[in-house]
Design a protein around this ligand. Structure first.
Ligand code: SR1
Ligand code: MG
Length: 410
């Protein structure tokens, strides 16, 4: 039966759950010897580290409300089932980039998994201006493989449709629909922004009809295009890494959606990290720009390679082209061009909401000088406006990087 755990109850739970107990302790060792501490500062769940002399693990439990808002915002615990299923699916595809799952319970809405204690959260590392030589290589692999191998390009159509059904993640999709695609564009009580950010700038994009139409188009895509199993919340706080290894965590927002959403959310977080530098630290700024360019370019190459490698099997897209290879490549290139347009559009939506919506990014929101922060935020809003309204015009990531350089005229 479900109950919300705390430090003491976790001890009891481990004592009565042999699969976890035997991971951590010898039969004659007491659970009292375990060192348990809550580390969760996440928006949704409670997270604990549990250490024994032998091993340390992470225990993550969903509670029946949205942690960042409180008990007044009920949210069903089923989100943990989506996280468990998504971790299992991703682990099968890109084992080197997904933590080990030791135990899971849908009834208790919890998962026990590898403690990535030799790794740090990417966002924090970017704020400290740490460079990671393999990051773009690793994240592009994660994206290319999870998105390709869960799509109709690879899966049997019946299996793919079963997966779509399994991953109907109504409540967390609603959070995204509200907090990314709706509230930031209207006067909503959940919005919060820097008091130094001129209301005029907020009003300007909120009253821009072109922006609103474009956001609506992106929202409709998000709601209707079940292309692949997405992570669903791939910001830089969902990545843990060290110079050698990169892990993607926290896939509770997983569902079947448009591929460009995952790519766009990630690139937007890199873009906001770049803006947070505010022209300082040229070397780190060049590194971040390199990450933006390399992630997209490597992703596009790897996704295309997956498409072409399995071309003979394209199980759900059997078609007798006059020149099979050439025409399938033409189809693939067109698909990737559309994916790029979607990526740019979703990136812009993330940039808007991380500036004026409920959830911020520490890279920018952590800047103590509010005037400086506001100057950066205006640039983010202006770039997002440009990107979303002209997303169909860009053909390369270099063109997107050029937009980032545009200075405010005011
Ligand atoms: C209301 S929850 C705010 C955000 O936290 C999660 O990480 C998602 O990004 C969500 O939109
Ligand atoms: Mg998360």
């Amino acid at each position: 039966m479900y109950k919300i755990l705390n430090n003491d109850l976790i001890r009891d739970y481990i004592d009565e759950t042999p699969q976890i107990r035997s991971l951590l302790l010898d039969p004659d060792e007491s659970v009292d010897t375990l060192d348990i501490s809550e580390i969760g500062d996440g928006n949704l769940n409670f997270v604990y580290t549990i250490r024994s002399p032998r091993k340390s693990v992470i225990l993550k439990q969903a509670v029946p409300y949205l942690r960042v808002v409180g008990e007044d915002y009920p949210l069903s615990r089923v989100r943990m089932s989506f996280e468990i299923w998504a971790l299992e699916a991703e682990k099968a595809l890109v084992p080197e980039h997904v933590p080990e799952i030791y135990y899971s319970s849908h009834e208790m809405s919890l998962v026990v998994m590898q403690n990535l204690d030799r790794h740090k959260i990417l966002r924090g590392e970017m704020i400290q201006r740490v460079q990671f030589p393999h990051l773009a290589e690793h994240i592009s692999t994660f994206l290319a493989d999870t998105l390709y191998y869960t799509s109709d390009f690879y899966l049997d159509p019946a299996i793919k449709k079963e997966n779509v059904k399994k991953f109907i993640n109504i409540e967390l999709c609603k959070i995204t629909e509200d907090f990314i695609f709706t509230h930031p564009y209207e006067d909503n009580e959940t919005n919060a922004y820097n008091p130094a950010l001129d209301r005029e700038h907020v009003r300007k994009f909120r009253e821009n009809g072109e922006v609103k139409v474009a956001v609506q188009e992106m929202k409709y895509k998000f709601m209707t295009e079940a292309q692949a199993l997405l992570h669903g919340d791939l910001h830089t706080g969902s990545i843990m890494l060290n110079p050698e290894e990169t892990y993607v965590i926290d896939p509770e927002f997983a569902f079947y959606g448009p591929m460009g959403f995952d790519v766009g959310i990630y690139l937007a977080n890199l873009i906001m990290s770049w803006y947070s530098l505010d022209g300082e630290d040229e070397a780190y700024a060049a590194y971040v720009r390199g990450q933006i360019a390399d992630t997209w370019n490597l992703f596009a190459q790897k996704f295309k390679a997956n498409m072409m490698h399995h071309e003979k099997e394209r199980r759900s897209l059997q078609f007798d082209y006059p020149d099979g290879q050439k025409h399938f490549e033409m189809f693939t290139d067109r698909f990737i061009a559309q994916l790029f347009t979607d990526t740019v559009g979703f990136a812009a939506c993330e940039m808007f909401r991380r500036t004026v919506g409920l959830a911020k990014v520490a890279d920018v929101a952590g800047i103590e000088d509010l005037e400086k922060r506001a100057r950066i935020e205006v640039r983010v809003l202006e770039a997002a406006t440009e990107l979303i309204t002209h997303r169909r015009d860009y053909t390369s990531i270099d063109e997107v990087l050029t937009v980032l350089d545009t200075q405010s005229t005011e």
